[in-house]
Ligand binder design. Structure first.
Ligand code: BDR
Ligand code: CA
Length: 313
């Protein structure tokens, strides 16, 4: 099994990702770390613990991480994810508490202790990961690769050009990109395309299995078409969102990536948080091999086999 650690800001679609990751037989989820993003970090911890209980995976260590970005002021995405950050679905309170170590400590401990190099899957602002890389740079020796949800080669969502996770903490994203390990960017270009048809959402909602039923409810809360009513699962198709990044770990063949230089705009103003993906035509791979350019090379997801990932999920 692939050892993975997920860093999240649960979050409706983070919850979809957790439900899938902890149940997929090819993955060994060794830890989950929480960061402020979709909601405040205590809300994220609470939501994460609740989702794990619903998924029948109550023992995976969960740690509380950064409560704000490195430099930006704290801000939330309640308008997207509801007051509780989880679509206000009235989920129960969790019965356990998070680990008594912070996220950076847990990340370091689990990465170092893993018998095989770990795949890191951040799907939130990258604050915890940046703090980890700066505090314990030795961890890169036992990281296989980082598959992160964030960025966009084309259109943004938090701003016209910036994707939320990168925009929320651009400095942290810049630190991640220069980590010196292989990185796959599961950005908005593919993120928005993976949509579960209404018939499947309906089937999940009617499942006798609590984790599957919760996935159905969450998908119905993320209607792919703005006009569909969130409380009517018979008409609602829902985006997999962050869960698609986990699909890309399980089944990398379903994602078409191009190895391209990626930079993050740190300048104040309208481009702040934009990922600048250099897609200019190149004479060939030899021209852009590692070390000859200033920008790190990232495997940028530019196309996705939607049906394949929906089926996998
Ligand atoms: C990302 O931001 C959050 O709202 C989602 O959970 C996802 O990780 C999309 O920009
Ligand atoms: Ca997220």
């Amino acid at each position: 099994r692939i050892p993975v650690i997920i860093d999240c800001d649960t979050g409706v679609d983070d919850a979809l990702a957790l439900l899938f990751a902890v149940r997929h037989p090819a993955l060994d989820v060794r830890a989950i770390t929480c960061v402020a993003g979709n909601t405040d970090v205590d809300g994220v911890v609470r939501n994460t613990l609740t989702v794990l209980e619903q998924a029948g995976a109550p023992d995976i260590p969960v740690a509380r991480g950064a409560e704000r970005p490195l430099i930006e002021a704290p801000r939330s995405a309640r308008h997207v994810h509801g007051h509780d950050g989880m679509g206000d679905l009235g989920l129960p309170q969790p019965s356990r508490r998070p680990a008594d170590v912070d996220a950076v400590t847990l990340l370091r401990r689990e990465i170092i202790a893993s018998p095989r190099p770990v795949t890191l899957v951040p799907m939130a602002p990258l604050t915890n990961i940046a703090l980890l890389l700066r505090t314990h740079p030795e961890v890169v020796g036992n990281i296989e690769r980082i598959v992160f949800m964030g960025g966009a080669a084309a259109v943004g969502n938090a701003t016209p050009v910036a994707e939320f996770n990168v925009w929320h903490d651009p400095e942290a994203a810049a630190i991640l990109l220069t980590a010196g390990v292989p990185i796959t960017m599961y950005g908005l270009d593919v993120f928005t395309r993976v949509v579960v048809p209404a018939a499947d959402v309906r089937r999940l909602c009617g499942s006798g299995e609590p984790g599957a039923r919760l996935a159905g409810k969450l998908l119905a809360h993320r209607p792919a078409h703005p006009d569909s009513r969130p409380d009517d699962p018979s008409e609602t198709s829902g985006g997999l969102g962050d869960a698609g990044a986990v699909c890309a770990v399980v089944d990398p063949e379903g994602l078409t990536t191009h190895r391209l230089p990626v930079d993050v705009s740190l300048a104040p103003g309208p481009t702040r948080g934009m990922t600048i993906v250099d897609r200019r035509p190149r004479p060939g791979e030899a021209e852009i091999h590692e070390g000859t350019r200033e920008q790190p090379l990232v495997d940028v997801g530019l196309d996705v086999d939607v049906e394949r990932y929906v089926k996998l999920y």
